[in-house]
Design a protein. Structure first.
Length: 314
């Protein structure tokens, strides 16, 4: 295993001496270990005739597959370690529109199961989420419409189905579905236009013939939910984030036609060295998020929840 990791670092550094220093051994010892591996495989992995060092074609294939295998092994090792009782702190930066109520609930569930881990959640603007992850001020971040940024990797969290959400007294409350074009007749509360989700909703409405009067703009879901509870505005929100309100009957969700989704992702700083990854506490919390709020989580059924609250037969 040590030799395999050494080879990955030689390929990354393109230097036997630099890789040897990373592993706390001499250049001669590193070179000997690589030659023994080449002898075992009966193939040349390193082209030593060029400077800086380069991989041969077989070496390139071997290192690419090896890097993936080492990553999978390290992930398995962390997951097994986390089955016990990991200790530590998890720092998460999330956009406001990720749903404060939802994330607080997930954190409470996690802490109940892992009493030795402290989870801190900071709610900030999207650019600040990226900055804090990139500069290692937090372990992981949650963003909508995540991109591939320099020094940052993305794990797909979920694609959130968007729905029209309103109070039970609203004119649309007993509708089974609504087309975007039909929303023009109503007042709307939405996300600030400087947020990706705000811009995407505006583009969606424009593309599908909807032009409701936008009365209020907010930067987080929880404020929007309160606004539509006490006003005659509707909003377009991720249905997953209003599950509790649908259950108690304070809000109603109506199926939006055509379908709209909002991608949500976990971001984390790229690991510099092969095998470097999350600590057991962070890995345990990431696993918790993926299980309870990830692609295979039990999402709210907008139609079923709506009919249960409004008393309408499908």
């Amino acid at each position: 295993m040590h030799t395999l990791r050494l080879l990955v670092d030689v390929a990354r550094c393109r230097s036997m001496s630099h890789a040897a220093a990373l592993h706390g051994i001499t250049q001669s010892a590193a070179s000997q270990r690589i030659r023994q591996l080449e002898k075992k495989l009966n193939v040349m992995l390193i082209d030593r005739s060029v400077r800086p060092l380069a991989l041969t074609n077989p070496g390139q294939t071997f290192v690419e597959e090896l890097t993936e295998l080492l990553g999978r092994y390290d992930n398995l090792e962390r997951r097994v370690a986390a089955i016990g009782d990991p200790e530590g702190r998890v720092q998460l930066a999330a956009i406001y529109s990720a749903g404060i109520d939802l994330l607080d609930h997930l954190r409470e569930e996690f802490v109940q199961a892992h009493a030795q881990i402290r989870v801190e959640i900071k709610y900030v603007k999207p650019d600040e989420v990226y900055r804090q992850v990139q500069e290692r001020e937090c372990d992981i971040g949650i963003l909508s419409y995540p991109k591939r940024w320099r020094k940052v990797e993305v794990i797909r969290l979920r694609d959130e189905v968007m729905a029209v959400v309103c109070s039970p007294e609203h004119a649309m409350a007993k509708w089974q579905r609504v087309r975007a074009a039909d929303l023009t007749a109503f007042a709307m509360a939405s996300f600030d236009m400087d947020l990706p989700v705000g811009r995407q909703i505006r583009q969606y409405l424009k593309d599908n013939g909807g032009s409701p009067q936008v009365i209020n703009l907010f930067d987080n879901i929880d404020t929007i939910k309160h606004a539509i509870t006490v006003t005659d505005c509707f909003s377009i929100l991720p249905s997953r984030t209003v599950r509790r309100e649908l259950e108690i009957g304070s809000l109603v969700a109506v199926k939006l036609i055509p379908r709209m989704t909002r991608p949500l992702g976990l971001i984390f700083r790229k690991h510099v060295r092969a095998g470097e990854a999350f600590g057991s506490a962070v890995q345990a919390f990431v696993d918790h998020l993926l299980k309870h709020a990830g692609p295979n989580a039990d999402f709210v059924d907008v139609g079923a929840a709506h009919f249960a609250v409004a008393g309408v037969r499908s």
